[in-house]
Design a protein around this ligand. Structure first.
Ligand code: APR
Length: 265
């Protein structure tokens, strides 16, 4: 459904007047920041791989260096990117409306860089590594030595190569990106929080997600069954479109500033 101006104004009013607004974002949220979405073809060095072939525990077990290098490439992309007008609109709205919750499938940290707080990251974060041995999450160091990285358990920092860690003769673990891969469970606390907020929400705004990856894709229907009004913002119809209450056809950076009654950036 493409909304006319009158319908758009009615949807905007519902969104703006919701005491409890839950915003669920996906990769399309960051597309206008220059971060490619998951289901569009990759370019350059990584064109012959699909994310589904790289973002799995099996891929990391078989070719850890390749998987880490893909995440290094994505970290570089994100470091060069900036939050767009959509990220900024959400952050500004949240400052004036503490009843808003933001749940994202994105791992790029752009919501936080725009100023959003309390962001629930369902699929992890590119900014961190996690120890396979002790599960500790550590900031991915700026002086990344490359290759497969290890950590001395309990040390609180990335140690470097296997060899440098072995020399310490202490329990050590290999480090992986702090990301939820295909086939893995979501962090329990993040999911419980998101699900609770979905049940409590008056309005849910679903932005830039194909709605193909569960359980995140179930949040709009969980909210709707509990009585919420669900609005989708996406330039394309998605798997969720037939179920939502209103579809706003457009991009995150175009639509969100208007929907939240902000002057364009
Ligand atoms: N504004 C809003 N939406 C957009 C924009 C834009 N500028 N550009 C593209 N989109 C939409 C696309 O139409 C598509 O529906 O964003 C969606 C992106 O879909 P996916 O690439 O499937 O991303 P997402 O839904 O976030 O994927 C979910 O899958 O690979 C895993 O863990 C990964 O978090 C990811 C999850």
């Amino acid at each position: 459904m493409l909304l006319c101006a009158h319908e758009f104004a009615a949807v905007a009013e519902r969104v703006q007047q919701a005491p409890r607004l839950l915003v669920l974002t996906g990769a399309g949220m960051s597309a206008e920041s220059g971060v490619p979405t998951f289901r569009e073809a990759q370019t350059g060095l990584w064109a012959r791989f699909s994310p589904e072939d790289l973002a799995t525990p099996q891929a990391f077990a078989a070719t850890p260096e390749r998987v880490l290098d893909w995440y290094r490439w994505r970290r570089d992309l994100v470091a060069k990117a900036a939050p767009n007008a959509g990220h900024r609109a959400l952050a500004q709205w949240q400052r004036g409306h503490p009843g808003m919750d933001l749940v994202t499938q994105n791992v790029d940290g752009l919501h936080q860089r725009a100023g959003s707080t309390g962001v629930v990251e369902l699929h992890g974060r590119l900014s961190h590594l996690r120890c396979e041995q002790c599960a500790q999450s550590l900031p991915w160091p700026d002086d990344d030595p490359g290759g497969v990285l290890w950590h001395q358990c309990g040390s609180g920092s990335v140690g470097g190569s296997r060899k440098s860690i072995a020399a310490l003769a202490a329990p050590a673990g290999r480090l992986r990106p702090d990301i939820v891969w295909f086939g893995e469970a979501l962090p329990a606390a993040a999911w419980e929080h998101a699900e609770r907020r979905a049940r409590e929400a008056d309005v849910v705004l679903v932005v830039g997600t194909s709605g193909l990856v569960h359980p995140a894709a179930a949040l709009p229907s969980i909210a709707q069954r509990a009585g919420a009004y669900v609005v989708e913002v996406n330039p394309q119809p998605t798997a969720l479109s037939p179920e939502v209450d209103a579809c706003v056809s457009g991009t995150a950076a175009e639509v969100l500033p208007q929907l939240l009654a902000m002057p364009p950036a």
